[in-house]
Design a binder for this molecule. Structure first.
Ligand code: HMG
Ligand code: MG
Length: 302
């Protein structure tokens, strides 16, 4: 089995992680988290989203957070933009990358972004065009590529259909998300295969939530297909407010431990990453939701 020699991780903790937190997290804490992640060696951070503050109040400070970050050369800062209104607001904050996010299931599309899959494409197309004109890289995210909280199992054909639409409007990179963490390795591989009909392997990433504890296994299954880019969340933060019961993304610490153990480079300093996870977990008054972080923190004490 040939594995990639290097993997790129995008920490989505500040966005996917914190969007679901009920307690207010001040912009200063989010900014500090971003600073700690880049200090740990993360080269891309999903900072925030330009969505309706009525829908996701936690992300209402998007512009403040973007303005407060001290940017490091070589680090990319991405934000979610569901429509032109969000894109125009994001543009003022000079993101390196924007993310349009659709769903492989109709019901989730309606619940999450209040429109059908077809309507979402009509909204995204001008966003993608405007971003490309402004020289901003465009990533697409596909939710519910394995299962949907409203429709149950999602067939690979639905994923292929959505990936083709995303490709058609000019999306440059596509994320295959198991939004509710129900996937298991072979199902995730089928969703990835469906995506690879339309996107090159170098333009595909995995985004696995860990609700059923399968995210590391799913990451390994994706690595075996040659996928080398993943979204992960420091301290395993998060979940989507419109996917009830779903927990956070796979913890960045756990994925880094897995990869380094396999001799795969990430450029990330695991100890500093654990510190970043402890920082935000302390603020949220809970323990990091990462086995590797827990083990390393216990080791420090003993
Ligand atoms: P809508 O209600 O259909 O939008 O919402 P609208 O165009 O009809 O506008 C209605 C109101 O929203 C207006 O305000 C607009 O100004 C405002 P009002 O006149 O009523 O005061 N509005 C906005 N405000 C700020 N920023 C905007 C914006 N757009 C409209 N961009 C919308 C459509 C998409 C905005 C809404 O449904 C929404 O914000 N949804 C939130 C979606 C979200 O953030 N979900 C979580 C992130 S996705 C995720 O976590 C999955 C992912 O991690 C991958 C995975 O795991 O699957 C990416
Ligand atoms: Mg997600």
């Amino acid at each position: 089995m040939k594995y990639p020699s290097r993997v790129k991780l995008v920490d989505v903790g500040p966005r996917d992680g914190l969007q679901n937190e009920k307690q207010p997290v001040p912009a200063s804490v989010k900014i500090e988290l971003v600073h700690r992640l880049q200090a740990a060696g993360l080269k891309e951070i999903e900072v925030t989203s330009f969505v309706s503050p009525k829908w996701v109040p936690q992300m209402a400070d998007n512009a403040e957070v973007m303005a407060g970050i001290t940017r490091l050369p070589g680090v990319r800062y991405s934000v979610l933009t569901p429509n032109l209104q969000g894109f125009e607001a994001a543009l003022k904050c000079r993101p390196d990358e924007i993310v349009v996010f659709g769903a492989a299931s109709e019901a989730f599309s309606q619940k999450n972004i209040n429109c059908s899959i077809a309507e979402s494409m009509a909204r995204f197309a001008p966003v993608v065009e405007a971003a490309l004109t402004a020289g901003i890289y465009v990533r697409g995210a596909m939710s519910c590529t394995v299962g949907c909280p409203y429709e149950g199992e999602v067939a690979p054909e639905r994923v292929s259909y959505l990936a083709a639409l995303m490709k058609g409007i000019g999306v440059q990179h596509i994320g295959v998300a198991d939004t509710i963490g129900v996937g298991t390795p072979l199902k995730v591989q089928r969703a990835l295969e469906a995506t690879l009909r339309h996107f090159d392997i170098n333009d595909v990433s995995g985004h696995f939530h860990d609700t059923y504890g399968q995210a590391l296994a799913n990451t390994l299954a994706a690595l075996q297909m040659g996928v080398w880019q993943f979204d992960t969340s420091v301290a395993g933060l998060g979940g989507c407010p419109y996917a009830k019961g779903a927990t956070g993304n796979v913890a960045t610490e756990d994925v880094v431990y897995l990869l380094h153990g396999m001799g795969i480079e990430t450029g990330i300093d695991l100890e500093k990453l654990v510190d970043a996870g402890k920082f935000i977990s302390d603020f949220l008054q809970r323990k990091p939701n990462s086995r590797a972080a827990t083990a390393l923190l216990n080791k420090r004490v003993s």
